[in-house]
Design a protein around this ligand. Structure first.
Ligand code: NZQ
Ligand code: ZN
Length: 395
């Protein structure tokens, strides 16, 4: 286990099918005015909205309604929310929804009292807030992003064709999060499996880095095995509480900073996926699934042309996560067999495997590659042309 680090996570979790009962007591810690942020209306259809509003009212809170947070929240919506939060002097932003609503709430919380332009300061320049921050809490209704227990906030600027994540410090982590697996039962199948792959990608992109023997990698393997097992049950029966609750818990641990400890991470799949998102507004998890197989094959080729430096981790992924047999095979063959197992599972749960299905066309590849933020990983150092080639193979 290499590196020097601090570990703490300020988000308090309430888990289980009765976890909403804890909202009442938590609300006592905050002032009277609550901004209730949510998406396009699924929480009204499935009844979560009414339950939350009843509790807010019974605690005597004034509710500032903030609806219409779109998937892949935009910079325009962020500005609008920041103004609303400041004008109403809100004491808490309660985000009820998936990653988009929670990411947006963090952006609003950091921007309401910010004198400078939030997009430029936080997303383009990656600076930290120096102004007053509004506390955020969340009630998660769709799993995948890990936003419920991290400082991440991803905002899309359609005009600039950029989708950029900012990882805020502890001050922007949700103060508390309510995780009720039953709330995820109504998520449409397409979104549900996209979320499953988002989780897998978060784990893989932290796993595929570093060469030392690191306990974090064993945790990652356990989470991946559990996710593969439960996802196959959930796609057949989305109301299987055991599977959905396991997946909710895996998603939270996949990206709540635990798996990052002692690790550099890769994240190039996310960088390419976000660039696709900026050009197509496609569902986040599907932008990742569409490029992952071409990306990992490309990286394995680079590794094999570089004296196999780093192949061990891909081999270990094949053996420990997918039970690939090693006899009579060389390291690259074993690594590629692991990627083939990943591909088979992805097909089985019904993911988008081609970026063309998301609206990507040959004549967009150059522009998407230009929107991709690149940096060296432990295994490779891709340039613009490499990304164009990976995108071409993903079509
Ligand atoms: O608009 P609503 O009504 O909320 O409907 C949503 C939306 O249409 C729907 N949905 C959510 N819960 C539901 C439901 N429908 C029925 N029943 C429910 N219980 O599902 C759709 C997708 O929701 P969204 O929040 O957009 O999905 P997700 O959770 O995947 O969030 C995606 C955003 O998170 C960012 C992505 O880039 C993207 O912008 N990410 C955030 C990260 C972070 N904070 O650390 C990391 C991730 O890598 C990711 O980049
Ligand atoms: Zn993601």
């Amino acid at each position: 286990m290499l590196g020097n680090f601090k570990y703490s996570n300020p988000t308090k979790l309430y888990f289980g099918n009765e976890s909403l009962n804890f909202l009442k007591d938590e609300l006592k810690n905050y002032g009277k005015t609550i901004m209730l942020s949510y998406g396009s209306g699924s929480i009204k259809t499935n009844g979560i909205y009414d339950k939350v509003v009843d509790i807010l009212k019974s605690e005597g809170k004034t509710i500032i309604e903030d609806s219409g947070v779109m998937s892949n929240p935009t910079v325009e919506k962020l500005y609008e929310g920041a103004k609303m939060a400041k004008d109403n002097a809100v004491d808490l932003i309660l985000a009820v929804g998936g990653g988009s609503v929670i990411d947006y709430a963090k952006g609003v919380a950091a921007s309401a009292y910010c004198e400078t332009d939030a997009w430029k300061t936080y997303f383009l320049e990656q600076k930290d807030p120096t102004c007053k921050i509004i506390p955020v809490a969340s009630i998660l209704t769709m799993v995948g992003t890990g936003s419920e227990m991290n400082g991440g906030s991803v905002i899309t600027n359609h005009k600039e064709k950029l989708k950029i994540g900012k990882v805020f410090d502890d001050r922007l982590f949700p103060k508390f999060t309510i995780l009720n697996p039953e709330y995820t039962f109504t998520v449409p199948q397409y979104q549900m499996v996209a979320g499953f792959f988002d989780i897998m990608s978060h784990i893989m992109e932290q796993y595929f880095s570093n060469f030392d023997d690191n306990t974090t990698d064993y945790l990652a393997e356990g989470l991946m095995r559990s996710l593969i097992h439960s996802s196959l049950i959930a796609v057949k029966n989305p109301k299987d509480y055991e599977a959905r609750s396991n997946i909710m818990w895996i998603a939270t641990w996949a990206l709540n900073t635990l798996l990052k400890k002692g690790k550099n991470g890769d994240w190039i799949v996310h960088m390419i996926g976000q660039a696709i998102g900026a050009h197509t507004n496609a569902t986040h998890g599907m932008t990742l699934s569409a490029v992952s197989i071409p990306y990992y094959k490309y990286v394995i080729d680079i590794i094999s042309n570089n004296n196999n430096k780093g192949m061990d981790k891909f081999k270990r992924f094949a053996v420990n996560v997918w039970n690939v047999k090693q006899d009579g095979k060389d390291d690259k063959q074993i690594a590629l067999e692991g990627i083939a197992c990943l591909e088979k599972w992805m097909n089985e749960i019904g993911l988008v495997m081609h970026s063309a299905e998301l609206g990507v066309k040959e004549d967009m590849l150059d522009a998407i590659a230009k929107s991709t933020i690149l940096y060296p990983t432990d295994y490779s150092s891709l340039n613009h042309n490499d990304v164009v080639e990976i995108l071409r193979q993903s079509l």
